[in-house]
Design a protein around this ligand. Structure first.
Ligand code: SF4
Ligand code: SF4
Length: 327
C-alpha cells in the first residue's frame, strides 16, 4: 500500500448527538481506543507501509485531549509523520484556550485540521469556538478543511461560511478548503433525517467515477475493525457487513489485513472504476432487482451495494465470476 493516511477512530463518544451522524456517536458511547493499542497500530502500519499522515477522529477526539496530544507527538517524534484531527471545536471555549491547545498540538506534530460547521452541528454548539479554531489554525499554517453538511432544509451552505467565520479573501487564499458534503444513508441519518430532505439525483455524473479514498485512508475502530475507507458507519453491530470491511486486529495482524485489503478485488474496482461500475453491471444482469435509482454520492452507491440484500447477493456472484475469470 502506497502513501496512505492512516485513520484512527479514537472514540465513539461525542458530546454532540447530531441527527446525521453515520457512526451513531453520542455522550453515552464508551468505546475508546487505548493509547497502547493506538501506538501498536501506528508502529505496525509504519513498519510495512508508507504513511503520509495519521488522522485522529471520532466521535470527538478532543474529549480525550491528553491521549490525542500524546499520540500526535508519538507518531511525529518516532516516525516524522504529521497528525491530522477532525473536531466539532466544542473545547475552544475562549480564544486563549483555542490558542493554547492548538499550539501544544502543533508543537507535537499536528499539521492539518478538519472542522465541522453547518446547521446540524450548530444545534449543539455555537459559531465562536469554530471561529477561534479556524483563525488560530490559519496563524499556525495548518491545512484547514471546513466541512459543511447540507440537506434541502438547512439554512447554512458553503457560501455562508466565510461570513460566519469572519474569513477574509486573504484567509481564503491561504488554502482553506470549504467542502459542502451530502449525507450518507447510514447511522442516525436513517432514522433522524426525512428522506425528502436528502439531495439525491439520477444523474450519473454525480456518482459515476473512481473513488479517490478507498485504500488511501484505511480506518481502525476502537473495536479493532479495519475498513478500507472512513464511510462505513458504526461497527457496534454486524461489523463484517459494513462497507469496506477488511478484518479485525483481534483475529489477524494489521499487516495481513492491510495486505489483503490491497489485493481485494472489490476495493480495487472501487479504486479504479468506482462503485457505480458494479451497480450498473448488476442492473444489466438483473433488471428484476429493485434499486433506489437516485443517489447522493459515490458513497451512496456503496450503501446500495452493501445494504440492499438482493444487490449484495448479486454482487457476491459477480465478484466470484470475475475472480474466476482472472485465475
Ligand atoms: S457528526 Fe461529529 S459532532 Fe456530530 S455526533 Fe457525530 S461525531 Fe459528534
Ligand atoms: S465511494 Fe465507497 S469506498 Fe469510496 S469512500 Fe465512499 S463508501 Fe468508501
Amino acid at each position: 500500500m502506497d502513501g496512505i493516511s492512516l485513520n484512527l477512530i479514537l472514540t465513539y463518544k461525542c458530546n454532540y448527538e447530531c441527527d446525521h451522524c453515520i457512526s451513531n456517536c453520542s455522550p453515552s458511547r464508551e468505546e475508546t481506543m487505548k493509547i497502547y493499542q493506538a501506538k501498536e497500530y501506528i508502529d505496525k502500519v509504519v513498519s510495512t507501509t508508507n504513511v503520509n499522515q495519521i488522522g485522529y477522529t471520532g466521535g470527538e477526539p478532543f474529549l480525550y485531549y491528553e491521549m490525542l496530544k500524546e499520540l500526535i507527538g508519538y507518531s511525529y517524534n518516532e516516525y516524522g509523520i504529521a497528525g491530522g484531527v477532525v473536531t466539532n471545536c466544542f473545547w475552544a471555549k475562549s480564544e486563549k484556550e483555542a490558542d493554547h491547545k492548538l499550539e501544544e498540538l502543533y508543537n507535537n506534530g499536528l499539521r492539518s485540521i478538519v472542522v465541522s460547521c453547518d446547521s446540524y452541528h450548530l444545534k449543539y454548539g455555537s459559531i465562536k469556538p469554530i471561529e477561534y479554531v479556524v483563525h488560530k489554525s490559519l496563524d499556525l499554517g495548518l491545512t484547514i478543511c471546513i466541512n459543511t453538511v447540507v440537506t434541502k432544509d438547512v439554512s447554512i451552505s458553503k457560501n455562508d461560511i466565510p461570513r460566519l467565520l469572519k474569513l477574509t479573501d486573504d484567509d481564503m487564499e491561504n488554502g482553506i478548503i470549504i467542502k459542502e458534503i451530502g449525507l450518507l444513508r447510514l447511522g442516525r441519518t436513517l432514522t433522524h433525517i426525512p428522506e425528502d430532505c436528502l439531495i439525491e439525483t439520477e444523474d450519473e455524473m454525480y456518482f459515476n467515477g473512481a473513488c479517490p479514498f478507498v485504500l488511501k485512508i484505511p480506518t481502525i475502530t476502537p473495536r479493532g475493525s479495519v475498513y478500507s475507507c472512513c464511510c462505513f458507519g458504526d461497527d457496534e453491530v454486524n461489523p463484517t457487513e459494513l462497507i469496506g470491511y477488511g478484518g479485525n486486529v483481534n483475529h489477524d495482524s494489521i499487516e495481513n489485513i492491510l495486505t489483503n485489503m490491497e489485493g481485494n478485488l472489490l476495493f480495487n474496482i472501487f479504486k479504479y472504476k468506482g462503485p457505480y461500475s458494479l451497480l450498473k453491471t448488476i442492473k444489466e444482469r438483473r433488471s428484476d432487482i429493485e434499486i433506489r435509482g437516485k443517489y447522493l454520492s459515490n458513497c451512496d452507491i456503496c450503501v446500495e451495494l452493501y445494504h440492499n440484500p438482493q444487490v449484495k447477493e448479486e454482487l457476491k456472484k459477480l465478484l466470484r465470476e470475475m475472480a474466476y475469470q482472472n485465475l
